[in-house]
Write a protein that binds this ligand. Sequence first.
Ligand code: UD1
Length: 430
Amino acid sequence: MDRIRIVGGNELHGVIPISGAKNAALPLMIASLLTDDTLTLENVPHLADVEQLIRILGNHGADISVNGRRERQGESYARTIHFTSRNIVSTTAPYELVSKMRASFWVIGPLLAREGKARVSLPGGCAIGTRPVDLFIDGLTALGANIEIDGGYVNATAPAGGLAGGRYVFPKVSVGATHVLMMAATLANGTTVLGNAAREPEVVDLAKCLNAMGAKITGQGTSTITVEGVPSLSGARHRVLPDRIETGTYAMAVAMTGGDVILEDTDASLLETALEAIRRTGAEISETNSGIRIVRNGAGIKPVDIVTDPFPGFPTDLQAQFMGLMTKSSGVSHITETIFENRFMHVQELARLGAKISLSGQTAKVEGVSRLKGAPVMATDLRASVSLVIAGLAAEGETMVSRVYHLDRGFERLEEKLTRCGAHVERVSD
Ligand code: UD1
């Protein structure tokens, strides 16, 4: 099993190209099941989760072809992928496939809308909380679906004439349930109004693509989304938006090590709250023509408190990385997680590097230390694993991160991107 070996202490200097967003690519790929025409997605990141979803969509009958396009001396693969689901050959998403990635549960929306039925295994995914599916079930029921859970599967059927437009107010903001209801509503009879919908940029990107396919969606990016159903959708060509979590992660890495890095092909407006928090730690951030420049010279890292929240708040997917940064701050910071109830698994691993963190309920108190020392650590989930990389980059000596498959789910060519900026990071295959 691969491990990542980091020798800490180097500043980062150079350019890091930001990939297409994993969390946008996944729902966009799933949206291809809504049409018998070809959906072409550009800027799709090369990640284990994308490969896994390609297998899942193939199981439903999608014909998928990938045109690799090398860019910038092999630094980044911005792939263009064509998805054509002429016929849906299976409306079942089996446990063996869905258990590997929670987002694959989202096929329930398009399958139900297009075929009138879906049998989808209850999901797996990162072990960061209980992550139930009640909002999906209640929301689809509001569109007229009949849903039963049996033997670990969700069995959903639409009424004879298909799903019907409806009203649903999410009792809690959910990115995944917003994606699914928006997709399902595109082909429903009549108009659907979704209240307290997620406002994440990935929801907006999905709405933009669905509209290019012929859907009639308005209000995306606000908490009320309206979807006027249409009889069918066509193909389209769509470019996946930049990965704001990858952007924030590398910005925090530079804030941690010091240096001067341009993050290319990204957009500061996707992560204003996180960038503001990084600025307050003492780093300088400015916008360039095609991205963001981040500089930290000399000055130490100031302690900053954060609270995670749905967009536009501080993203939960950057919480672990920010904690990594705070381990070396010059004071005490508090990090509060409000989205997932078990998203502090990185705490004990960061402690192995010498971090001083104590937990009280949903808040971590981080007392900054002047030095971290390299140690063997274990990746526990996708975002937690990269927080260990951030800490390792600033730790003295060698940090060996095991269970790297977590990183590979969401960070494209991480060691290459960091190495080109002067970090000492390498993949070790046993
Ligand atoms: C997505 C992201 C993930 C991110 C999360 C929150 C993808 C592929 N994943 O996950 O990286 O951390 O948004 O920004 O885009 N909930 C329920 N019932 C439900 C559904 C959700 O209680 O039926 C709860 C969850 O347990 C969680 C909260 O709602 O506490 C938010 O989860 P949600 O926004 O649905 O996360 P995902 O869409 O799974």
